[in-house]
Design a protein around this ligand. Structure first.
Ligand code: MG
Length: 127
């Protein structure tokens, strides 16, 4: 196993499909249905290698999560965050990138698209 991936999305279907792809890539899945639960998991699992983050979620959205990790984990090197979004959210994507996200992927995605994003953020995977 190469490490852990944290998928934060309120849509179970997105967490499941990303989990399936990332397991094939060699990663164990940690999943959260909102930013607050994602923060808790990241605190418990500092070894997380990469985060996939939805923008619109109840309780705590992706923007707030991005703001929070910078202050809460200021002493830690943070994993790259890849925004998982829809084309209609382009303005939000740009804002998320400005807040520190590394890359974004549009829904729907497939394994080759995810691997191309891992290449961009410099995260290795089993081929
Ligand atoms: Mg959502």
């Amino acid at each position: 196993m190469l490490g852990e991936v944290l998928v934060i999305d309120d849509a179970k279907v997105v967490r499941t499909s990303l989990g399936r792809i990332m397991r094939r890539c060699g990663y164990a899945l940690l999943e959260a249905e909102n930013g607050e639960l994602g923060l808790q998991l990241l605190a418990l699992h500092p070894e997380v290698r990469v985060v996939f983050l939805d923008i619109n979620m109840p309780v705590m959205d992706g923007m707030t999560f991005l703001e929070q990790i910078k202050s809460r984990f200021a002493d830690r090197e943070l994993p790259p965050v890849i925004i998982v979004s829809t084309e209609t959210e382009m303005k939000s994507i740009l804002k998320a990138l400005a807040l520190g996200a590394s890359e974004y992927v549009m829904k729907p995605f497939d394994e080759s698209i995810i691997k191309s994003k891992l290449d961009i953020v410099g995260i290795g995977y089993n081929t």
